[in-house]
Design a protein around this ligand. Structure first.
Ligand code: NAD
Length: 502
């Protein structure tokens, strides 16, 4: 049985209207079209946006280009940029409840979780503010008497920032403050499903003192508003988070003008569990890893690789804990699993479950969609007897669906873990130090958690191996990602002519 928190009707909720931010002004789209967002947990229109056409994307790029080439932002002392970012962080914290509410109604995530993401986001803005002042190059006083070499870090220029719907405010916060810290100017395009909190961020940045044209925010679909941000010759870098398919397209588009790309893409993350693990702790982490954000999470621990000796017992315990997980109204503080982003996506998730079951997987828990009277929901689901070659074991389901596979020897667990195209993150559970380190070194993933899952910190780099992405976000080098390297090679004293060596 699933514990259900029935959604309350939003009643007299007034749809919020949003315009776009281009060159310091809040404007309508060139074609006067709008996009409406229906709340996935409540089934009513909560936001109405001005939809950007190609011409709006081009206006935004032109504004960012002007602000970079002529404006004060790239040239001001880093200490001043840092102060502005710190002011923005304080304002994010002050408006956290409003921002969390917007993310919860638009994405369907639980409000308690959205508040946690806002606290994490404010911390990232503060961390980026500190890094702004630490950005520096290198000097070489070791090249001989006649030469001094200085390596500068310069802002890369105009950066397009394209984000997905699953962590709307958190993901823009993993990119924008670092680009700003470096002195770049930007055009931001959030997902058309969850743009509200990013637009409120635009208000915050204006109030914090970010100059006109430095941050432009447009709303629209990928092909109309996103694609021009990846092809336009006046854009120097694209920082993209989203699906691997669109990431590939973004890289191909950016290749036409050889832009730098940073890609944070999909994942199908294994948790490898040995019989000597602290199973009480693991079982809680398994449930959290699978159902956090309704499994609509690049980091979801959606592939359990359990040792054969304990697999049956462990699966039964995960199933009994899954039955206690509260699913339903995203705005209820008790809810742990909210709504699914769109009706189409719910059908896709249900399709994965039925194909797996047709191929011989067993539904150990859940397995159905839930009709709660409004919105769209999926029951937490466990599939056991999954084989490594099944689609549900290899592809991103992006829903609250856990696949259980088994292993006998460590080498087999490593082989299964590394047998897919993704390499974002992984977990290992064992009390044995050697076992943890062996898995940690051999599994091809950007992050490996040991006896924990999905913990993070602004200081720790995050990103994927293989088709999970390119580049890293967060961590001490995050600002450098938004820079170009320039060498100043300086001569001291009399230079000898090349035809007359000394
Ligand atoms: P998506 O790829 O469909 O869309 C992401 C963004 O790209 C959206 O803003 C979308 O409008 C835009 N877009 C779509 N087509 C485009 C085009 N042709 N040109 C330019 N932009 C275009 O992804 P989604 O469904 O919004 O998000 C879910 C995906 O994001 C999952 O695959 C998930 O794993 C991934 N994700 C990865 C991370 C990470 O850090 N690795 C974090 C969160 C989400």
């Amino acid at each position: 049985m699933t514990v259900v928190v029935r959604p309350k009707a939003l009643g007299d909720y007034e749809t919020r209207e949003f315009r776009m931010l281009i060159d310091g002004r809040w404007v309508d789209g060139a074609e006067g079209r709008t996009i409406e967002r229906v709340a996935p947990g409540h089934g009513v229109v909560v936001s109405r946006y001005q939809a950007a056409a190609k011409a709006d994307a081009e206006r935004a790029i032109a504004a960012a280009r002007r602000a970079f080439d002529e404006g004060p932002w790239p040239r001001m002392p880093a200490s001043e940029r840092s102060l502005i970012l710190l002011r923005a962080a304080d304002m994010i914290a002050a408006r956290a409840d409003e921002l969390a509410f917007l993310d919860a109604v638009e994405s369907g995530k639980p409000i308690s979780q959205a508040k946690g993401e806002l606290a994490g986001a404010a911390d990232i803005w503060r961390y980026a503010a500190a890094l702004a002042r630490e950005l520096s190059g290198e000097s070489y006083n070791t090249l001989g008497e006649g030469t001094l070499g200085v390596v500068l870090r310069e802002p890369i220029g105009v950066v397009s920032i394209i984000t997905p719907w699953n962590f709307p405010f958190l993901i823009v916060s993993q990119k924008l403050p670092f680009a700003l810290a470096a002195g770049c100017t930007t055009v931001v395009k959030p997902s058309e499903l969850t743009s509200a909190s990013t637009l409120v961020l635009g208000e915050i940045l204006e109030a914090a003192g970010v100059p006109q044209g430095v941050v432009n925010i447009i709303v629209g679909t990928g092909p109309e508003a996103g694609a021009p941000l990846t092809t336009h010759p006046h854009v120097d870098m694209v920082s993209f988070t989203g699906s691997t398919g669109i990431g590939r397209l973004t890289m191909a588009n950016a290749a036409q003008t050889l832009k730098k790309v940073s890609l944070e893409l999909g994942g199908k993350n294994p948790q490898i569990v040995f019989p000597d693990a602290n199973l009480d702790e693991f079982i809680d982490a398994a449930v959290f890893g699978a159902y956090f954000n309704a499994g609509e999470c690049c980091n979801a621990g959606s592939r359990l690789i359990l040792h054969r000796d304990t697999a049956e017992e462990v699966t039964a315990r995960i199933a009994s804990l899954s039955a206690k997980v509260k699913v339903g109204d995203p705005l209820d503080p008790e809810t742990q699993v909210g709504a699914i982003i769109t009706p189409q996506h719910l059908q896709k998730i249900a399709g994965y479950v039925s194909s797996a079951s047709n191929e011989g997987a067993r539904i150990a828990h859940g397995g159905t969609t839930l009709d709660l009277g409004m919105g769209q929901f999926m029951a937490p689901t466990i599939l056991s007897a999954v084989r490594p070659e099944m689609a549900v074991a290899r592809e991103e389901v992006f829903g609250p669906v856990l696949s259980v596979l088994t292993f006998e020897k460590t080498e087999e667990a490593i082989r299964i873990a590394n047998s897919i195209d993704y390499g974002l993150s992984a977990g290992v559970w064992s009390r044995d130090f050697d076992t943890c380190l062996t898995i940690g070194r051999r599994v091809r993933a950007g992050t490996v958690w040991m006896n924990t899952f999905m913990d993070g910190a602004s200081e720790l780099p995050f990103g994927g191996f293989r088709q999970s992405g390119l580049g890293r976000e967060l961590g001490r080098h995050a600002v450098e990602d938004y820079t170009e390297t320039k060498t100043l090679n300086m001569h001291i004293g009399r230079r000898s002519n090349w035809w007359m060596p000394r």
